[in-house]
Design a protein. Structure first.
Length: 320
């Protein structure tokens, strides 16, 4: 099967491309010549285009689209988040349907439901919030709603796969940010790192995406995790340990971390500072709130089971 893949040069998209090219022809979206060369080196056929600019001829002949690209930066403007995550998804849906694509797999996120609250053992019946103070949450929510609303039985089938806290070899988000904070002396456990969280190792997520492509029910969403629950302290200590790093034991109350993040963001926006503040409201809230997820639906309908346990994933990273 010919598959058009966005985000092919990134952490998640790259892992998806590497796995699926064993059985399929993968055409990866490339926004730059650097991306073109990277995709070629991976054995992926590059397609020189970008979100909001995809043309019918770019994906003509592809039976499926897997949409992994998104604006996931720690800091950015409403325009940046909205243009990429919402309008980019909208335009890709329109072009994919016009090009005759049969199945559209969207990489969603549990963050689409987050507005600063604890989320305890949530599943696919958990409702979208009316609003969220976090641009990433808001725009990923609106993007997913567009995807699921675009489903047309037998014509254009859409599915959303929702991971929580993706980690593993090639991680460009959590591990680099943790290491940077420790190197700068700014790492603090929020509430002692006691909040519980689900996570998903990259290989497990790829299994979930592949199953959704083959077995997912049209118009549905599926949470995908490692099916384990750890505290942030347990998880981050193990994750940093794979790099030979022991995190400091400094601590800050959650209410204070959230207040500081709010104040910093206000200052940054007032003065138009482009670089990210030391801590964002989203990061402070996520790491001080419970975020545990049930994956019973994915098990039941997709036959999903994690390929590796958290411990096995940690060992695999150590061997890298």
């Amino acid at each position: 099967m010919k598959i058009f893949l966005t985000g092919a040069s990134g952490f998640i998209g790259g892992a998806v491309a590497e796995k699926l090219q064993e059985k399929h022809e993968i055409y990866g979206m490339a926004r730059s010549e650097k991306s073109v060369e990277k995709l070629k080196s991976m054995g992926i056929r590059p397609v020189r285009t970008a979100l909001n600019e995809v043309k019918i001829e770019n994906i003509k002949g592809c039976k499926a689209v897997i949409h992994c690209a998104a604006f996931v930066e720690q800091w950015g403007s409403r325009e940046q988040f909205w243009k990429t995550n919402v309008e980019g998804t909208r335009q890709l849906l329109e072009v994919a349907r016009a090009a005759g694509v049969k199945r559209f797999i969207h990489l969603g996120t549990e963050a689409a439901f987050f507005y600063g609250q604890d989320m305890i053992d949530i599943d696919e019946t958990y409702p979208y919030p009316k609003r969220s103070p976090f641009l990433y949450s808001e725009t990923k929510r609106e993007a997913e709603k567009l995807v699921l609303a675009a489903n047309r039985e037998g014509i254009f089938e859409t599915i959303s796969v929702r991971p929580r806290m993706v980690w593993g070899p090639g991680d460009q988000t959590f591990l680099p940010e943790l290491k940077k904070a420790i190197q700068k002396g700014g790492f603090l456990w929020i509430d002692g790192g006691k909040a519980k969280t689900s996570s998903v190792y990259i290989d497990n997520l790829v299994v979930g995406i592949e199953l959704a492509l083959d077995k997912g029910k049209r118009g549905n969403a599926y949470f995908i995790t490692d099916d384990e629950i750890l505290t942030f302290r347990e998880f981050f200590t193990q994750y940093l340990g794979t790099q030979g790093i022991t995190p400091p034991n400094k601590n800050i109350p959650g209410w204070l971390a959230r207040s500081i993040a709010f104040a910093l963001e206000s200052i940054w926006r007032t003065f138009g500072i482009k670089s990210a503040p030391p801590i964002t409201r989203f990061a402070a809230n996520v790491t001080s709130r419970i975020g545990t997820i049930s994956i019973e639906k994915a098990k039941r309908e997709l036959g999903y089971q994690p390929l590796l346990t958290v411990q096995q994933g940690m060992e695999a990273i150590r061997k890298e």
